[in-house]
Write a protein that binds this ligand. Structure first.
Ligand SMILES: [Zn+2]
Length: 404
């Protein structure tokens, strides 16, 4: 435990009496200490911990309880709150309902405190990208209602985009259905070749969600969307050309007037909506999904208030049973040789990159990894976060050494 912390009920109080407030307004402490003061970071979009590929979820009640307990224990050991993010096959809804119900029941009994809820990647996605094909399908009205009902039990968001063949009115009604139970639509997996459709789906989602008072999220900013620029350099050959490509853009500061030209209309629409506080951007800070230079410009343009760090992490080479492959010198997982499917990076890896390469301030890091993601956690979680977080953190060198 940082020596200069004294704990007072829900707040952390510095020895000199400064209360760390939720809006970070009084933060001026060394990095490691401030992280400890604010509590456990959230792995907001995480596909697996340890030997678990979350999308291969257990099927019977008893097995589900044990499955959740083991995942909770892994999250507790890492001092994180994990949002269990899954791909769901058509026909698996009733198993998912059971799983979320088991978690909700246990959470109501004050257990499984390091699991912050669930996210669903899909099922309606315009572009599959590196995700398992079986996770992309178009539910019936009755199935959408069942998915929406899970919003009251612990599903926080569903990644969604307007699939081909789905009319605007139908897409509106899907967003209405999700929002009616507080599920946050997370925009992503856009069509790669239909900018107009992607923009229309953003407009519909923002309009409908605003009517319901529900904040919109995104999936990875910049990935799986039409772009005007290079956002990542991944192969050795690409990395060799990275510097010269960056030199040409180095002095270009992103502004509201040049943003669309630089990043493309889809990413620009999402970033501008974030500036208007209509959505929060989920950004992968592993430094490989998106290059660190692009991450720095994103934080500069949007500010940290509307950014939620996401890891897209899975530790084993599997995603809903699909085999993943890695490459030397990279923490990315690939399918079919070149398509990025997930990452091995942890939230602590991301915190290190934010502090060292991106030179983000303590306050910016706290907002992206702790404060902002917690705003989306279900009330049952927010009302009763793990109280032993400080003990857990004291054992965690990644968060107590950098910048301290
Ligand atoms: Zn994902």
């Amino acid at each position: 435990m940082p020596a200069d912390l004294v704990i007072s009920s829900d707040d952390a109080v510095w020895a000199d009496g400064v209360v760390i407030s939720q809006d970070c307004s009084s933060l001026h402490a060394p990095y490691g200490s401030t992280i400890a003061a604010m509590g456990l970071p959230v792995e907001f979009h995480c596909h697996g911990l340890g030997r678990y590929d979350f999308s291969a979820f257990a099927t019977s009640d008893v097995a589900q309880a044990r499955w959740l307990e083991e995942i909770n224990a892994l999250a507790e050991k890492e001092s994180i709150i994990v949002v269990v993010t899954l791909f769901v096959r058509s026909g698996e809804l009733s198993i998912l309902e059971d799983l979320v119900q088991v978690w909700h029941c246990e959470r109501s009994r004050n257990r499984l405190k390091n699991i912050g809820g669930f996210g669903i990647e899909g099922p309606m996605l315009a572009s599959i990208g590196g995700t398992p094909k079986s996770g992309g399908w178009i539910p019936t009205d009755a199935e959408w209602t069942r998915i929406s009902d899970l919003g009251r039990m612990g599903v926080i968001y569903t990644v969604v985009s307007q699939s081909s063949g789905v009319e605007n009115a139908r897409f509106s009604s899907v967003i209405d259905c999700l929002c009616s139970n507080g599920i946050h639509p997370a925009l992503g997996h856009f069509p790669q070749d239909d900018v107009a459709k992607a923009l229309k789906s953003i407009e519909i989602t923002l309009d409908r969600a605003e009517l319901h008072g529900v904040k919109v999220l995104t999936d990875h900013l910049f990935n799986d969307m039409p772009r005007n620029f290079r956002h990542a350099w991944r192969t050795e050959k690409e990395k060799r050309g990275r510097l010269s490509e960056l030199m040409s853009e180095r002095d270009v500061r992103w502004t509201s007037s040049n943003l669309e030209k630089i990043v493309g209309p889809v990413a620009a629409a999402l970033m501008k909506a974030a500036l208007e506080k209509k959505l929060s951007l989920c950004v992968n800070f592993d430094g490989e999904h998106v290059d660190s230079s692009v991450l720095r410009k994103t934080v500069d343009f949007v500010g940290a208030d509307q950014i939620v760090a996401m890891t897209d992490r899975v530790d084993v080479p599997r995603l809903k049973g699909f085999h993943l492959a890695d490459k030397p010198g990279s923490k990315l997982w690939y399918v079919n040789g070149t398509t990025v499917a997930a990452s091995k990076s942890t939230i602590d890896d991301q915190i290190r990159l934010m502090a060292s390469q991106l030179r983000m301030t303590d306050c910016e890091i706290l907002k992206a990894t702790v404060v902002n993601p917690r705003r989306f956690l279900p009330k049952i979680v927010r009302d009763n976060l793990p109280e032993d977080w400080l003990t857990q953190l004291s054992m965690h060198p990644a968060r107590t050494s950098i910048g301290g």
